[in-house]
Design a protein around this ligand. Structure first.
Ligand code: HXC
Length: 268
């Protein structure tokens, strides 16, 4: 794995990454630590979180973990306060924790809908609110929300996740305007299919499904978590100091490549 680290990119800064025990969250945490920053990973499974901490420490980075379910607002407040107290500040929050499965809307139970909305939409608000209580008085901070392009184009089988991610996008744009005068930026990243265990189990559980997903990507491959982490690092770093309320799509052209027109010449 190669990261494109800027000298002293995140030195002296503190980040919190939700869902940091695996997949994209783990890669973002590792990328922040590789840039010299302190990172706390937050999630439900302590063993997974400690796995991330071990990897970062083995590479000479600084990391710790806090167990918490993002659906529990009071627990999130306590966890974020603990991180800020432990490290003296909070510079970046990456809302990466998610829950997802593919199911036609008519088969989705109210509880299935609620589970995904609670994790993705409510969980992102809980963490954002808790972080802002430190960032706004500090006068600086960057919040990055992980969404998906179906937040704006929709996708069959994902009504719960698409609705939640659309809500996160609206939240991002609203708070970006509210908090820009106070030095806090909010952006989204929309990864396409990324090679992680969670995404594979939830979104392409069979070899046939995997081939179908792969066939929908003009770049003809899945993203690596490290590639997504590079784009995340850009948005939460100083190179994006004037970027707020925006979405960076990192999907190998997947959502733009939906056209069904074909011709010999176009190669489509
Ligand atoms: C149908 C399902 C289901 C499934 C759960 N439910 N899984 N229904 N098909 N595969 C229903 C249950 O039956 C229940 O409803 C309700 O959802 C709550 O389920 P629980 O298991 O009790 O909830 P919980 O333990 O809180 O689990 C939440 C979860 C779970 C979302 C269902 O999968 C989870 O926590 N996953 C986290 C990891 C994850 O999903 N990662 C994938 C992220 S990938 P009833 O009515 O029976 O009580 C991703 C990429 C998107 O997001 C972008 C791609 C481009």
């Amino acid at each position: 794995m190669t990261y494109h680290v800027q000298p002293d990119e995140f030195s002296g800064r503190v980040a919190l990454v939700t869902g940091g025990g695996s997949g994209i969250g783990r890669a973002v945490a590792r990328r922040w630590a590789a840039g010299g920053g302190q990172v706390t990973v937050l999630g439900r499974r302590e063993d997974a979180l400690l796995g991330t901490v071990e990897l970062i420490e083995a590479a000479g980075g600084k990391a710790d973990a806090v167990s918490c379910d993002v659906r529990d607002a009071a627990a999130v407040d306590a966890a974020v306060d603990e991180v800020a107290a432990r490290h003296g500040r909070l510079d970046a929050l990456v809302n990466n924790a998610a829950g997802n499965f593919v199911l036609p809307g008519e088969h989705l139970s109210p509880n299935g809908w609620k589970a995904v909305i609670d994790i993705v939409l409510n969980g992102t608000f809980h963490c954002t609110r808790a972080a802002a209580r430190h960032m706004l008085p500090q006068g600086s901070g960057a919040i990055l929300n992980v969404i998906a392009s179906y937040a704006w184009h929709g996708h069959p089988g994902t009504v719960h996740s698409a609705a939640a991610k659309a809500g996160v996008l609206a939240m991002t744009r609203t708070l970006a305007v509210e908090w820009a005068p106070r030095g806090v930026r909010l952006n989204c990243i929309a990864p396409g299919p990324t090679e992680t265990e969670g995404a594979a189990a939830a979104l392409w559980p069979t070899p046939a499904a995997r081939e179908r997903v792969l066939g929908s990507v003009p770049a003809a491959r899945f993203a690596t978590p490290e590639e997504v982490a590079e784009s995340a690092a850009f948005l939460i770093g100083d190179r994006a100091a004037y970027v707020t309320g925006d979405v960076l799509v990192v999907d190998g052209g997947q959502w733009l490549g939906k056209s069904v027109y074909t011709s010999e010449e176009s190669g489509a």
